[in-house]
Design a protein around this ligand. Structure first.
Ligand SMILES: Nc1ncnc2c1ncn2[C@@H]1O[C@H](COP(=O)(O)OP(=O)(O)OP(=O)(O)O)[C@@H](O)[C@H]1O
Ligand SMILES: [Mg+2]
Length: 414
């Protein structure tokens, strides 16, 4: 009870109940929601459908490789086509099984193999068998099954980069040896083409019998995607046309990523809702962009190893201490001081240079080779994240937090 005798909790609940809600169906903006319509992907949908169709009549489809930047609809298109294939196969009585595996989530070769087995009702213990043994069970299970198994390896690069292409090699061989009694057909999906270099040429040519490219979406295409989704997700007249255009434009500027566009829309809606606004405006979209960006940076910082974190701290302290001298040499000196403060053995300057390059590639630092006249060239290093994140980093890391006083000395200076 509050002082006035009213129940504050009921007050809050009633306010929420009576408030005009922004969302009609928030779930429609979730990443795993697959809409009934995928604008601007009919070409990819049709090609994949044509490639897989023979499986309904018992013929083995070609393997196919789907590639394109993140958020370009590869997973959505695949799920879209497969769900319809499954329905048709049931109607037509085709002997067809589908095994969809996200390799990044599955994590290990063993788990990928176990998933393959379970899709044709072969039991495999959680651990304990050798890879060869599991594969043997899979092969005989496939014989018993006698139909076509469509294996989708989504984010296939995650599997290949860590474990090589053994499984892929075995799977492509099964395809060859099948004698009319079904077999395995593969759909590989990746947003990282570099992984092809990790593949045996035979595996590569077999996996890429067919290839489907997913181009980044343009701003206009993203707008169409967002508009259709917004109609399901938001109540009428809540979303301004210009906010929708802005989401599309911001996501297109990134790399035509529909996931990013949908995230922006969802977060903008949440921000609007929390500030009790009746509509979603450009301002909410801009704030959503900032929030997503800082969440992304923070995610990256959180997973950094200790010495990389210390480099960020050292770059920060050095930039406050001597604005004009932000070269790797000075950063290294500060880094050594920090190590001393923590009683740690510093890494060599060469190693630190390597870590600085990594941080640069991640976009957390900005490093640039500059000419020093007759003294040759030197690398200038700058922080590419807000200084407030440095404080957040210190406070969240129990190990580094003992340096807080040391770093805060420089705080007031900027
Ligand atoms: N043409 C489209 N119409 C409607 N929604 C789409 C379309 N393309 C993508 N989406 C949506 O955008 C999000 C990202 O798409 P998807 O997961 O298919 O990307 P992806 O290409 O698999 O990306 P990644 O390489 O990161 O796995 C999903 O929520 C998906 O539903
Ligand atoms: Mg995907």
């Amino acid at each position: 009870m509050s002082d006035s005798g009213r129940d504050i909790v009921f007050d809050i609940f009633e306010k929420v109940l009576s408030r005009y809600s922004i969302f009609k169906n928030r779930d429609a903006l979730r990443p795993d929601y697959i809409p009934d319509n995928l604008p601007h992907r009919s070409e990819q949908i049709q090609r994949l459908a044509f490639i897989l169709a023979p499986s309904l009549k018992g013929s083995l489809p070609s393997n196919v490789f789907l590639y394109g930047k993140p958020g370009t609809g590869k997973t959505a298109v695949t799920q879209f086509v497969l769900s319809r294939l499954k329905m048709k196969a049931k109607e037509a009585g085709s002997i067809l099984a589908i095994s969809y595996i996200n390799c990044r989530i599955a994590g290990t070769e063993y788990r990928v193999l176990a998933s393959l087995c379970s899709s044709i009702d072969v039991d495999v213990p959680f651990t304990g068998l050798s890879k060869a043994e599991v594969f043997q069970r899979f092969r005989s299970g496939l014989e018993r099954f006698g139909g076509i198994l469509i294996v989708v390896l989504d984010e296939i690069d995650a599997l290949v980069k860590i474990h090589g292409d053994d499984i892929l090699y075995e799977l492509t061989r099964i395809k060859e040896s099948s004698s009319g009694r079904g077999g395995v057909s593969m759909i590989g999906i990746s947003n990282d083409l570099q992984f092809k270099e990790f593949l045996d040429p035979r595996v590569l040519s077999s996996l890429s019998e067919e290839e489907i490219l997913f181009r980044p979406y343009t701003a206009d295409e993203l707008y169409d995607i967002l508009r259709e989704r917004a109609e399901i997700a938001f109540n009428e007249n809540v979303l301004s046309e210009s906010a929708l255009r802005l989401c599309a434009a911001l996501a297109a500027a990134e790399h035509g990523d529909a996931r990013r566009a949908l995230d922006l829309l969802r977060v903008a809606g949440e921000i609007a809702e929390r500030s009790s606004s009746q509509s979603v405006t450009d301002e909410h979209v801009r704030r959503a962009q900032e929030k997503i960006e800082s969440d992304r940076v923070w995610e990256a910082i959180k997973t950094l190893p200790l010495h990389s974190r210390m480099i960020l701290l050292a770059v920060y302290v050095n930039s406050k201490r001597n604005e004009s001298k932000c070269f790797t040499g000075e950063v290294y000196e500060v880094y050594k001081e920090l190590c001393e403060g923590l009683g740690l053995e510093p890494l060599t300057q060469r190693r630190i240079s390597g870590l600085i390059n990594e941080l640069d590639a991640m976009g957390l630092l900005n490093s640039k080779l500059v000419s020093m006249g007759r003294y040759g060239r030197s690398k200038r290093v700058r922080l590419n994240i807000p200084a407030s994140m440095i404080l957040q980093l210190l406070k969240s890391d129990p190990y580094l937090s003992s340096l807080e006083g040391y770093v805060e000395k420089y705080w007031s200076k900027g």
